[in-house]
Design a protein around this ligand. Structure first.
Ligand SMILES: Nc1nc2c(ncn2[C@@H]2O[C@H](COP(=O)(O)OP(=O)(O)OP(=O)(O)O)[C@@H](O)[C@H]2O)c(=O)[nH]1
Ligand SMILES: [Mg+2]
Length: 615
């Protein structure tokens, strides 16, 4: 992987001049910069080193007014070149820049004691001592310090050697799909929109589809350039220009980022693991530098994890998992903390609530299991992806292998560990039994009631799938929006049983031409409501069968009618009229009966004929 060198240091301490001496390139490209002799925005150059090849260099401004631009440059660098003027020694931005570098994933530091020709031996020694003292308390304590003069050429060869050494030693793993925070946008005649930035991770190739965030704008990588070379691909650490198809220059701006599908999230709430420079109070207004963007928002602390903060931003930013960031106070803009993104799209939570943390080093499978196991009644795909900072596409294969391995169960996007599903479904069945006991005259219970009793939040499609799964295992019987325990039979009171017996008699008296509830009510001298009620219970108890609206038979009648069908069919197809005549009825009864037989798969209809399914 390519490494990016970046400068750092106080204003006028010779950063841009040193880059010119090292590379021959003037990184100050803006007319205003040339006119004022001061760097305002980040500038670029490159070096060809014998043992590492071509490396990109980003030059940052030293003036405190342009610190926001300095951060855009610093957020991508692997090896830092801190410039301290030998004749001026350590100054405020020397300290501030060093502080920032320490918070970022910068691997190595080399100190150039610049403008050495302006300092006598004693002055050089004082500056060296002050720099040594400054870096001693940082993680760059062993950094080399080399006096250089860009004007006289002193130390330039030595510095090149030290940079090469640092580049060879620096070891930043590049994990995850590529993305590039956009720091410049311009149009190239005949090519359209070009964006530039430092590729933050991975590898980009010509022809790929990518997304610009925030805004989820789909683009195609039409071409890649790096330091005037046309390339087929570019990699982490390289200054890269991407020619984007499918978008106009006016639609893209610095602060956005472009990345492979799944690399970037549009977000306003970020959980980050940080290191503190100055402990801030809960809810402090901050500036968050991330990628090439500076967003305003508030920082919220966490009592459970003191190194995890939540950043709630006033406007959306593009954000990648593990992306570095720097947090400064809104005003005065002092550096408060810096670190990396833990959850790109975080959920707003209270100070006392533990953030969802996934072991940052574990495998993807473990990470998913960890998130799923934390939610005993299941967690949706979106939520898992949000916590892990990955897209559903990126995690698809891992989900599949977890399901195949029997560790995970998925129901229309709701995921549970196998153990959690077993215990949750056990709870559901227990709750169902409880409901049956509470309402013994109801054969089936509304599923919402059961879920409520089992304290399970399942709903919608996942719920349908879960119940279908349990039904397939014969653990529940589903009918519409109600469910029943397959072993449950409703129990009627003696009085109800007596009335049901009279209704059955009334039905059987008329043979196939069964009376309706009005006729039954009249015949039995019972209110029609009572008939309807007992018929409902009889149906639920499985003692009556409803063939059509208002047409109900007893089980015995159905058995007799089936017997007739067996007789007339004799292994051959039969017509509805044959059945009608054989049982001595009209179409009013014959057709619903035959349709009922089709429905329970006793018969199968083909055209005008029916076949018995039994043999
Ligand atoms: N004598 C001498 N002067 C130098 C040397 N390097 C830089 N300078 C002078 O120092 C001044 C600042 O140099 P720059 O390279 O612009 O400093 P810088 O660190 O890039 O400044 P900013 O980008 O604005 O922070 C210029 O006038 C340079 O000519 C050097 O090696 N010797
Ligand atoms: Mg400069």
């Amino acid at each position: 992987m390519a490494k990016l060198i970046g400068t750092a240091g106080h204003v006028d301490h010779g950063k841009t001049t040193l880059i010119r001496a090292l590379t021959g390139i003037d990184a100050d490209r803006l007319p205003e910069e040339k006119q004022r002799g001061m760097t305002i925005d980040i500038g670029f150059a490159y070096l060809d080193l014998p043992r590492v090849g071509r490396v990109s260099i980003v030059d940052v401004p030293g003036h405190e007014r342009f610190i926001t631009n300095m951060l855009v440059g610093a957020l991508g660098i692997d090896v830092a070149m801190l410039c301290v003027a030998a004749d001026e020694s350590v100054m405020p931005q020397t300290r501030e820049h060093l502080q920032i570098l320490e918070l970022l994933p910068v691997d190595k530091l080399v100190v150039a004691l610049t403008r050495a020709d302006l300092a006598d031996q004693e002055t050089r020694e004082i500056a060296t001592a002050e720099v040594e003292e400054l870096i001693a308390s940082t993680r760059f304590g062993s950094a080399q310090i080399v006096p250089v003069s860009a004007h006289k050429g002193e130390g330039i060869e030595e510095l090149l050697g030290l940079l090469e050494e640092a580049l060879l030693e620096s070891d930043q793993p590049s994990r995850g799909p590529w993305y590039l925070p956009i720091d410049r946008v311009f149009a190239v005649k005949g090519h359209g929109c070009v964006v530039t930035g430092t590729l933050a991770q991975g590898e980009v190739k010509v022809g790929e589809i990518a997304y610009v965030e925030p805004g989820r704008r789909e683009v195609r990588i039409r071409g890649i350039h790096s330091h005037e070379q046309q390339l087929e691909k570019s990699e982490k650490g390289k200054r890269t220009a991407l020619n984007l198809g499918g978008v106009k220059v006016e639609e893209i701006h610095r602060g956005q980022a472009v990345g492979a599908p799944g690399a970037l999230f549009e977000t306003t709430v970020i959980d980050a693991r940080i290191r503190w420079v100055e402990q801030a109070r809960h809810g402090v207004r901050v500036r968050v530098s991330i990628g090439s963007e500076e967003a305003i928002g508030r920082m919220f602390l966490n009592e459970v994890e003191p190194d995890v903060v939540q950043l709630r931003l006033e406007s959306p930013v593009a954000c990648a998992l593990h992306q570095p960031l720097i947090v400064r106070r809104y005003s005065p803009p002092d550096v408060l903390a810096g670190g990396r993104v833990l959850v790109p799209q975080a959920k707003i939570r209270r100070k006392s609530e533990a953030p969802t943390l996934v072991h940052e080093s574990g495998s993807e499978e473990d990470a998913i299991l960890e998130v799923v196991a934390a939610a005993p009644s299941g967690v949706m795909t979106d939520e898992i992806c949000r916590v892990l900072g990955k897209t559903p596409q990126a995690l698809g294969d891992t989900f599949e292998s977890l399901v195949r391995g029997g560790k995970l169960k998925g129901f229309a996007g709701l995921w549970l560990t196998s153990e959690a599903f077993d215990s949750a479904s056990e709870r559901l069945i227990e709750a169902l039994k409880g409901q049956h006991e509470a309402t013994p005259q109801q054969s089936s219970v509304p599923r919402e009631k059961v879920l409520h009793a089992a304290k399970l939040p399942w709903q919608g499609k996942p719920l349908d799938r879960i119940l279908a799964h349990l039904a397939a295992e014969d653990r529940v019987v589903v009918s519409g929006t109600t469910i029943r325990d397959p072993n449950f039979a409703i129990s009627l009171s003696p009085k109800q049983q007596a009335l049901l017996e009279r209704v059955k008699e009334g039905l059987e008296k008329e043979g196939v031409n069964v009376p309706g509830s009005l006729e039954l009510a009249r015949a039995l001298a019972v209110p029609v409501q009572a008939i309807d009620e007992i018929v409902r219970l009889g149906l639920q108890a499985g003692e009556l069968v409803r063939v059509a609206d208002g047409i109900v038979y007893t089980l015995r009648q159905i058995e007799e009618l089936k017997e007739t069908v067996r007789k007339i069919s004799g292994g051959k197809p039969f017509a509805a009229a044959q059945f009608r005549d054989a049982v001595g009825t009209t179409r009013k009864y014959a057709i619903p009966l035959l349709e009922y037989f089709d429905q329970i798969r006793f018969t199968t209809r083909t055209g005008d004929m029916r076949m018995l399914n039994e043999r």
